[in-house]
Design a protein around this ligand. Structure first.
Ligand SMILES: C[S@@+](CC[C@H](N)C(=O)[O-])C[C@H]1O[C@@H](n2cnc3c(N)ncnc32)[C@H](O)[C@@H]1O
Length: 190
């Protein structure tokens, strides 16, 4: 794995775990069309709060993240396998996962085109990949993007349609959904 940039998440991991220990997963569950007997990959899954909420509805759950600090909490959650890796270099065979989820992490990936290729590679035929991303076409998210720049976080927010194109170009059937929150959902079928 190439050396990641400075790991801001190592610093905030304890706070992140304390404040967001679990998240409501109803929407993710719906978009992922759970349950499934196949395996779930939570890429950029951090402390594992999303995977923990979905664990009972999948055959197995893996959280991949490059931040040791974040991943430490994921590894403590029952039924979660925590793997330290970058989304751009996933240590799994092609077609491994029936479901993949990426929540609030895609804009942190250093090389998002490469991560999109890797996510597509490890997604099994017939599988679903769901990406929840702050929608940078909204002014509040533009402000968040600016704050993250000031904090030198190296995040880069692409509009949901640009992310959708990264998967359409690989043959995915892609839908972009917007609701009443600042997030957009990019739903990809292989
Ligand atoms: C805002 S947190 C979201 C964590 C989790 N998805 C959640 O919703 O709780 C973003 C996560 O992406 C991880 N991350 C950033 N770049 C990554 C990369 N290239 N590969 C894997 N994980 C990465 C960070 O370490 C961090 O844990």
């Amino acid at each position: 794995m190439p050396k990641p940039p400075f790991d801001h998440f190592k610093l905030i991991a304890p706070l992140y775990e304390a404040l967001t220990h679990r998240m409501p997963v109803e929407k993710v569950r719906k978009h992922l069309e759970l349950p499934t007997e196949g395996w779930l990959l939570d890429a950029g899954g951090g402390t594992g709060r999303v995977a923990a909420g979905l664990r009972s509805e999948v055959g197995g759950a893996v959280v991949v993240d490059y931040s040791e600090g974040m991943l430490r909490y994921a590894g403590r959650k029952p039924g979660i396998r925590a793997v330290r890796a970058a989304a751009e270099f996933l240590p799994f065979a092609a077609d491994t996962f029936q479901r993949i989820v990426v929540v609030d992490a895609f804009h942190h990936f250093h090389d998002q085109e490469e991560a999109a290729k890797e996510l597509w590679r490890v997604l099994a035929p017939g599988g679903r990949l769901v990406i929840e991303e702050p929608d940078v076409t909204r002014w509040l998210v533009k402000l968040i993007a600016l704050m993250e720049k000031i904090l030198l976080m190296r995040s880069r927010f692409y509009p949901p349609e640009t992310i959708a194109r990264m998967f359409r170009s690989q043959g995915g059937q892609v839908e972009v959904l917007r609701g009443d929150t600042i997030s957009a959902w990019i739903i990809i079928k292989k």
